[in-house]
Design a protein around this ligand. Structure first.
Ligand code: SF4
Length: 328
């Protein structure tokens, strides 16, 4: 049995100090991912720093943005009336993830830190560069149905499993973190990493840094949004492909589009070329189909996930149709 220390922190600085002292310590919030990984032996820790008593559970309306504390649960965030009215894409994405019980426990900060669901990552008998750097990638030679079609490397082809992260990417969230040297902000685009040569690193957070909040700038993207998640079961399953769409439409013309996909890359995948294409164009199925083809440029499938090359653009087109009102 792996023995570890348990510490409860009451304020952020003491939590950061506790973790900074021990490179193999972990913060514990909802524990919906970390505890599973510990039980399976995928993660071994020397110290858990319980951060559940830190004052990070508020949702605050600021003049230009909404600040969401890192310990706000997924349920509280998705059900918040202001979020439902002003950031409905976020509510839709969160409610597409996990189960009600898990959403009651899981936190915003934990969701950002969620590890991949690649089966080889969980199987201690198989090689996995993410779990044991340098050991190889079981998925590259094995079963790759759930894996990436964008931004993968020859070291790792895993995907980020979070639904919330896809909406945050589309909405240009900013992650607030705190460490021994003070506070800093990380744009969501720079928070999650592509695997490159170091797939063991999921994100750019430093080991001794704590996520304190996520900030969402107010935007005109509340009316025409949709989150479409395609999965093997209708609930409690990870996305094969998902699409987060937010459109600013005036008189039938798309003034601006925000598009992101999940289940396709090691990080939530923003579709900027397709966004540019749609800007100034009328709402039409033809334009949505062209945008989806542009979005797929650079996609590369592996042995078992060729179907994603069709599923991804189809999911995007349907999501665009739902967001714009062309379909219901
Ligand atoms: Fe590990 Fe990544 Fe390969 Fe999966 S895809 S086995 S997580 S290295």
């Amino acid at each position: 049995m792996n023995q570890f220390q348990y510490n409860k922190a009451n304020e952020s600085l003491s939590a950061i100090k506790l973790k900074a002292k021990d490179p193999n310590a972990h913060f514990l919030a909802g524990g919906t991912n970390l505890i599973d990984l510990m039980k399976m032996g995928v993660v071994t820790t020397s110290k858990l720093v319980d951060i559940n008593h830190l004052p990070l559970s508020k949702i605050e309306k600021l003049p230009k943005s909404l600040r969401i504390g890192a310990l706000v649960t997924n349920s509280d965030l998705a059900d918040n009336e202001f979020v439902k009215s002003n950031f409905p894409l976020l509510s839709l994405a969160i409610n597409a993830g996990a189960s009600p019980q898990l959403r009651n426990m899981a936190t915003v900060g934990g969701n950002l830190m969620q590890r991949t669901r690649c089966p080889y990552f969980f199987d201690l008998t198989m090689p996995c560069n993410k779990r044991v750097p340098g050991s190889g990638c079981g998925a590259l030679e094995g079963y790759s149905r759930m894996h990436a079609i964008f931004g993968a490397s020859d070291k790792c082809i895993a995907v980020n499993p979070s639904d919330m992260n896809v909406a945050l990417r589309a909405l240009d969230a900013v992650v607030h973190v705190s460490g021994p040297k003070g506070e800093r902000k990380i744009n969501i685009a720079d928070f999650h990493r592509l695997p490159g040569d170091n797939p063991e690193m999921d994100n750019t957070l430093k080991k001794d840094e704590l996520i304190t909040a996520v900030e969402l700038p107010y935007s005109p993207f509340a009316k025409n949004v949709y989150y479409l998640k395609v999965r093997d079961r209708s609930s409690y399953a990870f996305a094969l492909v998902s699409a987060a769409v937010a459109l600013h439409i005036e008189n039938g013309t798309i003034k601006e589009a925000r598009l992101a996909m999940g289940g396709v890359a090691h990080k939530p995948w923003r579709l900027t070329a397709a966004e540019e294409f749609l800007k100034g164009k009328p709402v039409s199925e033809e334009n949505f189909k062209q945008a989806s083809q542009i979005a797929m440029q650079g996609a590369k499938a592996y042995k078992d996930n060729q179907f994603k090359l069709k599923l991804a653009p189809n999911t995007l087109v349907q999501s665009l149709k739902m967001a714009s009102g062309l379909a219901s």
